[in-house]
Design a protein around this ligand. Structure first.
Ligand SMILES: Cc1cc2nc3c(=O)[nH]c(=O)nc-3n(C[C@H](O)[C@H](O)[C@H](O)COP(=O)(O)OP(=O)(O)OC[C@H]3O[C@@H](n4cnc5c(N)ncnc54)[C@H](O)[C@@H]3O)c2cc1C
Ligand code: SF4
Length: 482
């Protein structure tokens, strides 16, 4: 790919961002629209290849906190990566699915919201995303799945194997974009656990596996091009205003696709004068914490990747009307024990608890133009905290099949790499920004991709879902054009 220095005239599509959302959208849009199209991709950050990332020991030029200010009662850090390929460079590649019940929380448990689309509608797109990312996954997953995973699951540790034997319906190998064997584009994962800059390219990234849309002759890519706002006229998006290497520029476009994540998408929309009662609101993430399960006579750590298994024993049930669902990940990286001969008799676990999005948590524009966006967060609700307060007992139940000597639960983490909400999808324009196809309710040639659309951010990782939604949106748009 050779980034362009000049953008001129008018484009059929302008795409803002170059990470999962943008790339999966482009992949499908180009497939479905084989005719002559002019597509411009504007990416705020520079192009940093994996050599640069390893040499500098970081996935991007700057940490996320450089790009926004924090406000509200809870000083919380929202983590993401700015640059070509975005979060695909720094993510660690965990790809569990949302389950059918995650998408109908209100109907089943009377809390939160239902999604405007069902599991059955998104399921075919999960399988397509899993095929593109070449996911290694379990043969008997926790969710309904119409096609098996493309790659076999990773090898699990002795402790995980015992858990799988005792609790096969709840404890299974974690699906992941870290290859379990060599593929055409990626080598097998070697389990060194520094996945945010995977040194051997075993983890799926846009750079190592999905550059085709950016090399397509219909697509021009401009890096160091920060979109400021959408140019609006007559209730339609007409193009965008952006800064390229510090100079203000404008381009026209028939369709504008924002894929700049849950912090920047609403900011671009607010700067464009767009209004919606839900715009910028319902910013949320999972409540996350770690723990150590101390084992008596059983070894851990001999799995073949960063993560071993998922445990879903605390995931679903009537309790979700009162407290959040919890997913448990077992990790193959972590502190060893110090007792002679018992070094590996400990299992590090990572928990994510479902939260109900709150109206007051939001992204707002700064008072001064040119200032940074502000992320306001008032803290986790009693719904998520109640599950955390019960963590010791819930973990004891989950790991009952093992000889457990002790459980040490750590404090709640003060940051999240999963940023959900701010451009929520729904059927009611008074309480959502986007329709079920991720098109703005009011501006019908504006598409807004990413986890911003999530009405509730469940407890599993978001990227499989948001990439699948991007494929679906490109399909829906293409179908409506024929
Ligand atoms: C350390 C870490 C580990 C993670 N691990 C996992 C995991 O294991 N599993 C999982 O599911 N998720 C994981 N995530 C989350 C995952 O990275 C995000 O869900 C995903 O990257 C979101 O994709 P996106 O395309 O919507 O947005 P992003 O990846 O955030 O990309 C947004 C893009 O837009 C660009 N941009 C921003 N503003 C502008 C602008 N104004 N103009 C032009 N371009 C702009 C950015 O530079 C970037 O390229 C992890 C995140 C982090 C930080
Ligand atoms: S565990 Fe190592 S090889 Fe595997 S994806 Fe992570 S960094 Fe890459």
């Amino acid at each position: 790919m050779t980034p362009v220095e000049h953008a001129d005239g008018s484009y059929d599509v302008i795409v803002v961002g170059s990470s999962f959302s943008a790339t999966f959208f482009l992949h499908r849009y180009l497939e479905r629209n084989p005719g002559r199209q002019r597509i411009l991709v504007l990416e705020k950050g520079p192009f940093r290849d994996s050599g640069w990332q390893i040499e500098h020991q970081r996935p991007a030029d700057h940490p996320a906190h450089v790009y926004y200010e924090k406000a509200g009662a809870h000083s919380f850090n929202w983590v993401f990566s700015v640059g070509f390929g975005g979060g695909s460079n720094c993510w660690v590649g965990n790809t569990p699915r949302f389950t059918p019940n995650d998408m109908r929380l209100k109907s089943l448990y009377g809390v939160g919201r239902d999604w405007p689309i069902s599991y059955e509608e998104i399921e075919p797109y999960f399988t397509q995303t899993e095929a593109i990312m070449e996911i290694s996954g379990p043969s008997r997953p926790y969710w309904p799945q119409s096609k098996p995973y493309p790659l076999p699951a990773h090898k699990v540790s002795d402790a995980d194997r015992l858990m799988m034997q005792a609790s096969p319906e709840f404890h299974m190998e974690a699906p992941t974009a870290r290859a379990s064997r060599d593929t055409a584009t990626r080598p097998a994962c070697c389990a060194n656990g520094v996945c945010s800059i995977c040194p051997i390219g075993a983890k799926f990234t846009v750079l190592n596996s999905m550059m085709a849309p950016y090399e397509d002759p219909r697509v021009s890519v401009m890096v160091n091009a920060e979109v400021h706002s959408i140019d609006m006229a007559g209730g339609q998006a007409r193009g965008v205003t952006f800064l390229h290497n510090g100079r203000e520029k404008r381009v026209q476009g028939d369709l504008v696709v924002l894929a700049a994540n849950s912090i920047f998408n609403p900011v671009i929309m607010m700067r464009s004068g767009l209004e919606s009662p839900a715009l910028g609101r319902y910013l949320h993430c999972q409540l996350a914490f770690t723990a150590e399960i101390l084992l008596d006579g059983v070894d851990h750590f001999n799995g073949s990747s960063l993560l071993g298994c998922h445990n879903f024993s605390q995931y679903d049930g009537a309790f979700r009307s009162e407290r959040g669902s919890m997913v448990i990940e077992t990790h193959n990286m972590g502190r060893l024990r110090v007792e002679e001969g018992r070094w590996r008799q400990v299992m590090p676990v990572f928990m994510k608890v479902e939260e109900i999005p709150q109206l007051e948590n939001r992204v707002v524009l700064p008072e001064e133009s040119g200032g940074k966006p502000i992320a306001e967060f008032s803290g986790f609700t009693p719904y998520a905290r109640k599950t955390y307060d019960m963590a010791h007992d819930l973990l004891a139940q989950a790991f009952a099949p093992l000889p457990v000597e002790g459980i040490e639960v750590a404090p709640i983490l003060g940051s999240s790499t999963h940023v959900h909400g701010t451009t929520v999808m729904g059927d009611d324009p008074t309480d959502s920004v986007l329709d079920r196809d991720l098109i703005d309710h009011r501006v019908r040639n504006l598409v807004v991709l990413g986890a911003g659309a999530f009405p509730n951010g469940a407890q599993v990782n978001p990227t499989l879902m948001l990439s699948s939604l991007a494929l679906r949106t490109a399909d829906r748009l293409s179908a409506s054009q024929v």
